[in-house]
Design a protein around this ligand. Structure first.
Ligand SMILES: NC(=O)c1ccc[n+]([C@@H]2O[C@H](COP(=O)([O-])OP(=O)(O)OC[C@H]3O[C@@H](n4cnc5c(N)ncnc54)[C@H](OP(=O)(O)O)[C@@H]3O)[C@@H](O)[C@H]2O)c1
Length: 241
C-alpha cells in the first residue's frame, strides 16, 4: 500500500509536533503505534492508557512514552493531554464484555473526557475511531452511542476533527471475540471478493490515520467511511464518498 509522498512526511516531521494515542493496547491501537513508529513523523508520541506494554519499550520505540492513567479520575491527569497537536483515540469496549453501563462508560464517557482534556490541552487535530452506522438517532445502542460521541466531539470545536467509521475490523487478537468471529464468517464471501466494502484490516486503518495528518484540511470535521479509509491508506483518497 502506498504511503503519503515523502515530501509531505519530511515537511511535517520538520515541525517537531507531538501526539498522544489512547487505546494503544487494542487491535487498532497496536497497529497505529507500529505505523507511527515506522513513519516517524512525530517528535514524540505519548501512549496514554491503563497499563504499560513491554512491547513498546526498547530502542525501536524510543520515540514513545507510556503514561498510566486512571480513567475514572482522568481530570487528575489533565497534564498528560497538554501540548500535543494531534490526538488519536482508539478506545472502546463491548457490551458483551462489560454490560450496557460499562460500555457507555468507556465508549462515551471516557472518550468524551479524553476529547475535552485534549481540547483544553491545545490539541488541534483530534482523530477518532467511530464505526460504520454511527447515528445519534439510531434505536441501536451501539450506533446511537457512536453517533453521540461524534456529534459531541464536533461540538467541542477542534480546529480539525477526523472521524473514522470503519466496518468490521480485521485483527489478529489474543482474546476470542464471538461477535467479531460471527461477522467474519457471515461476511466471508464479501470480505474475499469485495475487500473494501464492509471490512478493513487494522493495519489499513492505522495507515489511514497517519496519512490523514499529512493531508490538507478542507473541512473542520471530516468523516471517512470504510471505503475512504481504504482509499486514504492507499493514498488515493479524493474526499468524495
Ligand atoms: N471490532 C470491530 O469490528 C469494530 C468495528 C468498527 C468500529 N470499532 C470501534 O473501533 C474502536 C477500536 O476498536 P478495537 O477493536 O481496535 O479496540 P480493542 O482492541 O477492543 O481495544 C480497545 C482499547 O480500549 C482500551 N479499553 C477498553 N476498556 C477500557 C477501560 N475500561 N479502561 C481503559 N481502557 C480501556 C483497551 O485497553 P486494554 O488493552 O487495557 O483493555 C484498548 O486499548 C472501538 O471504539 C470500536 O468500537 C470496532
Amino acid at each position: 500500500m502506498a504511503e503519503a509522498a515523502p515530501g509531505k512526511e519530511d515537511e511535517f516531521r520538520s515541525t517537531n509536533q507531538t501526539a498522544f494515542v489512547v487505546g494503544h493496547t487494542g487491535g487498532t491501537g497496536l497497529a497505529l503505534v507500529e505505523e507511527l513508529v515506522n513513519r516517524n513523523i512525530f517528535q514524540k508520541v505519548h501512549l496514554i492508557g491503563r497499563r504499560k506494554l513491554d512491547k513498546h519499550e526498547g530502542d525501536k520505540y524510543s520515540m514513545l512514552e507510556q503514561k498510566i492513567v486512571d480513567f475514572e479520575e482522568l481530570e487528575d491527569y489533565a497534564h498528560e493531554f497538554k501540548g500535543h497537536s494531534v490526538g488519536f483515540v482508539c478506545l472502546g469496549t463491548s457490551r458483551a464484555k462489560v454490560g450496557k453501563e460499562g460500555f457507555v462508560r468507556v465508549d462515551h464517557d471516557y472518550i468524551m473526557k479524553v476529547a475535552e482534556l485534549a481540547k483544553s490541552g491545545g490539541c488541534s487535530h483530534f482523530v477518532l475511531i467511530s464505526a460504520t452506522g454511527a447515528d445519534r438517532n439510531s434505536s441501536l445502542l451501539y450506533n446511537k452511542l457512536k453517533g453521540e460521541v461524534e456529534a459531541e466531539c464536533a461540538d467541542l470545536g477542534f480546529q480539525r476533527l477526523s472521524i473514522f467509521r470503519p466496518g468490521l475490523l480485521i485483527a489478529e487478537r489474543e482474546e476470542s471475540r464471538i461477535t467479531e468471529r460471527f461477522f467474519r464468517v457471515l461476511l466471508a464471501p464479501i470480505i474475499h471478493f469485495k475487500p473494501t466494502l464492509v471490512s478493513v484490516p487494522v493495519e489499513t486503518v492505522a495507515k489511514a490515520m497517519v496519512n490523514i495528518v499529512l493531508e490538507p484540511c478542507d473541512e473542520p470535521v471530516e468523516t471517512l467511511d470504510n471505503k475512504n479509509i481504504h482509499r486514504l491508506a492507499q493514498g488515493t483518497w479524493g474526499r468524495e464518498s
